[in-house]
Design a protein around this ligand. Structure first.
Ligand SMILES: [Zn+2]
Length: 400
């Protein structure tokens, strides 16, 4: 087992308190801190100490894939740690985005490599050839826009706004075509630049009015309130109107959300643990200063993707998980009170202590102490893991 030093990603939508507080650093942090990465992604691998000195988890795994990952995991995922564990500290809405499936990622990556786009080029959509399914476990109330509303439901919401320019979009939504949600999204994202300021001003104004209107259903008011916040966070961005096509969800702490390939989404605010396939492939449509590729996004988005709210299910005493269809990972949450053995696993694992103080021990007698914000890595060879003490720990595994 190895203690890890996780990497903070300073994206501008992050908080200056959440991650610093979790890791026991002074607050506010000098700048926004959005994500804590615990994993072996080449973009920001965790750091650990071996006899030879400081190294990264990526290098350690590359040095002995079968020993580190176990044969089963290595055969399934080709020598790559299949998952990446993160903590998200969302203060401002993230971009509206979609992730590719495995085939789309391979095709997109090959295409951009062939075009000679350097990996760090901001116009790059595909940073690797992996899919990026993701599951979020809310630690606070966690607000998101996730998956399309039914076309009639979206039409009704836009109609409620009573903004004249949107009539054409409402008609599209009611066209009865299978592509109606995509066509409506395309219409909004291709809105003529010269007419955008008026559209955005009208929509923001009406959202503000309706957010406080007791005659409006509570669910719609929550959507409009979110829209007003988004408008202030991302002025001039037509993504605001596109966001209204998506379902508004507020997770309670302990609830989860799974996002599969093709699901359009935008995380709005809150703190959560995220477990995802080990990829950084994001195609964006708006609400961001990063590269936007509307055509590529429209190619990837699948309006039929459902985004169910997930609940933790106990799999062993003190250990619960979020059931998802992703083959790359499984997220466990352990409530440790005394002694808590982890389910047997013959693959790699990442552990993060969210609260309290626990000791992780294995069958060989190794012991590692984890306090709040500490993380560690256990290879396939580290068997018989047991947590003792009192604390709240999340564990990422390669699942089945
Ligand atoms: Zn995402």
């Amino acid at each position: 087992m190895d203690r890890l030093e996780a990497v903070v990603q300073p994206y501008d939508w992050g908080s200056r308190y959440i991650l610093a507080e979790l890791q026991g650093r002074p607050t506010p942090s000098p700048g926004p801190e959005a994500e804590l990465w615990i994993g072996a992604h080449p973009g920001a691998p965790a750091i650990l100490e071996r006899e030879e000195g400081l190294t990264t988890l990526q290098r350690v795994i590359a040095g002995d894939p079968e020993g580190e990952l176990g044969r089963g995991c290595q055969e399934r995922f080709g020598g790559r740690l299949p998952f990446l564990l993160k903590v998200l500290a969302v203060e401002k809405a993230l971009s509206i985005q979609v992730h590719p499936d495995r085939e789309q990622a391979q095709e997109g990556y090959t295409r951009e490599e062939a075009a000679g786009l350097p990996l760090r080029d901001p116009h790059r959509n595909y940073k690797d050839d992996w899919p990026k399914p993701e599951v979020v476990l809310a630690l606070t109330e966690f607000e998101a826009l996730a998956g399309f509303r039914e076309p009639e439901e979206a039409a009704r919401l836009l109609e409620t706004l009573g903004v004249q320019g949107l009539d054409a979009v409402v008609d599209t939504l009611r066209s009865g075509s299978e592509r109606a949600p995509l066509d409506a999204l395309s219409q909004l994202l291709h809105w003529p630049a010269e007419h955008r300021p008026q559209l955005l001003a009208d929509v923001e104004w009406r959202c503000g009015e309706l957010a406080d209107d007791p005659g409006v259903a509570a669910e719609d008011r929550a959507t409009f309130r979110a829209a007003v916040r988004v408008a202030r966070q991302h002025p001039g961005d037509v993504g605001l109107v596109a966001a209204l096509l998506l379902r508004h969800v507020t997770l309670r702490p302990g609830e989860g959300l799974f996002m599969g390939a093709g699901g359009l989404h935008c995380y709005l605010q809150g703190t959560g643990v995220e477990l995802l396939a080990n990829s950084d492939n994001v195609v964006r449509a708006g609400l961001t200063g990063k590269h936007i590729d509307v055509d590529e996004l429209l190619r990837l988005v699948d309006p039929t993707v459902q985004v169910p709210r997930l609940h933790l299910v106990e799999v062993a005493p003190g250990v619960a998980h979020l059931e998802t269809p992703a083959p790359e990972f499984d997220l466990l949450r352990c409530t440790v009170e005394g002694r808590c053995p982890l389910p047997e696993d013959n693959g790699p694992r990442l552990l993060l202590c969210l609260d309290g103080q626990v000791v992780v021990s294995d069958a060989a007698g190794q012991e590692l102490e984890l306090g709040r914000g500490d993380s560690c890595y256990a290879s396939a060879a580290d068997t018989g893991l047991v947590l003792t003490g009192r604390g709240d720990v999340v564990v990422a595994t390669s699942g089945r």
